[in-house]
Write a protein of this length. Sequence first.
Length: 204
Amino acid sequence: MFEICPFCGKYSDEMFLTEDELVCPGCGGRRPFRKLPIFFLTGASGAGKSSAAQVLFQKQKDYVTVECDILWRDCFNTPEDGYADYRETWLRLAANITQYGKPVVLCGCVTPEQVMTRKRAKYFSGMYFVAVTNDSEEYLRHAKLRGFSEEHTRASLAFNNWLIENGKEHGIEIIDNTNLTSEETAEKVDAFVRRKLKEAGVLT
């Protein structure tokens, strides 16, 4: 929506941003724009992030929680470029949602460098990451219950363990979901989101 200029009618993904305005690079038309924080709820497949997101979706009203898988298509399966088109699509959609005045929490498998380097990262005042993880034994139990293939299990376990071992140095808040219910995990995610929103002055 906001990448189509209401003054000249042209589309551009190169809109200029001031503190609170969007400026068309073609005609120079200006309009108000809200820059809000965006949050990424990440974790390996089956680790429990989607279950926690469902709780947040039902209970929390101060921000919008969205499951990223709803837009997944084979055409987005480009690991060689960090799933660039997929990330840009979600950033564009999330930036549209924030124009209603609500921050967005996107739930899906993602690492910071896959989104922080995208051109539409400029539409947000900050990017924050929180990961749901399990210990290896618990993760393998979840993978077996879900019927994951050996290849999927191996790759997902590697991502789960990477998050545990390296997440903090990449700016990711880690939540060990091993012995938590979905509601308890959601409470921890919510506490993280609210803390960052208060620091940013979005919530009081």
